[in-house]
Design a protein around this ligand. Sequence first.
Ligand SMILES: [Zn+2]
Length: 365
Amino acid sequence: MTFDISNIEQQSQSLIQEAEGLISQANSMDELKQTKQDLMGDKSPLSQMHRKIGTLEPEQRKQIGRLLNEVKERIDGLVSKRREELEAQESLGQRQESQMDLTEVLLFSTSATAALGYLTRGHMHLVTQTQIELEDTFVGMGFFVAEGPEVETDWYNFEALNMPPDHPARGMWDTFYLNLGAPESILLRTHTSPVQIHLMESAVQGEDGLPIYAVMPGRCYRRDTPDARHIPVFHQIEGLVVDKGITFADLAGTIEAFTTAYFGSSIHSRLRPSYFPFTEPSAEFEITCTICEGVGCRTCSNTGWIELGGCGMVNPRVFDAVGIDSLVWSGFAFGFGIDRCAQMRYQIADMRQMLENDVRFLYQF
Ligand SMILES: [Zn+2]
């Protein structure tokens, strides 16, 4: 742009217009810096105009000097405004870049990649998964889930369940005692049945009331020497129903409904007479072999059936112990191993693998 004193006003206007266009097109700090240099640097038309002021008459010099200063301030303002815009954009971009995508799925959850040491997302242990599935099945059948302490007194673990100190049935469990003897033995519960006693006690004392339809999952302890089918810490789930007019047919029907709901419609249940001190009559319940579906195989010794757990009608002496009138109320109880259930469902040869925390094993489930 050449400097012509005769139309200085018009030139100033077009200089500002040109600056507006160039500054708005600058898309980075570097571009803006260059644009500012072009518009206001030593070689810019503005500087050239400034340099010629000295050749003018004093009156004109004052007037045009003021005009050019206004142009300079205007361009400065435009540059500052654009700089603020660019800074805001840049900081937004940095924030977006540093954000984590919490929905991203890691695709390394196989045993092979786990063994290679890739970072993988954890998941629940097989036993926990099985426990939750069992709880869901029973909740769907109208039961609620109850829990109780793992450290128990002799009374809750044995005596209230119709096993007095000299009862031969105590020999069925090798117990971990924490404090054997007077005034009362403290032990790690050998089964989840003590929770039945807690539930019935609080029902009688009016906290929850009767009837009871509950399942009680949890950890149990026995002095088993670990082998393929026994571990010293295992998980049981136990069911208790106390209501008026409950019969053995209700028990058999509940077991069958659970079996088909959990294992599938091709798996059924049957009861065989057995003995437990806290139920009378008692039964063992078996389900169709999940491997051969009843045809007969090595796992089920060619019978087509596998034993899952025990059950029976609540013994009136248990009702007596907690103060429930057995002439008015009746009920049934059942229980089985959660680990055993998982073992059968996933055909795990050795139960000890569930305790070993080997990720190559755990990642398969
Ligand atoms: Zn079989």
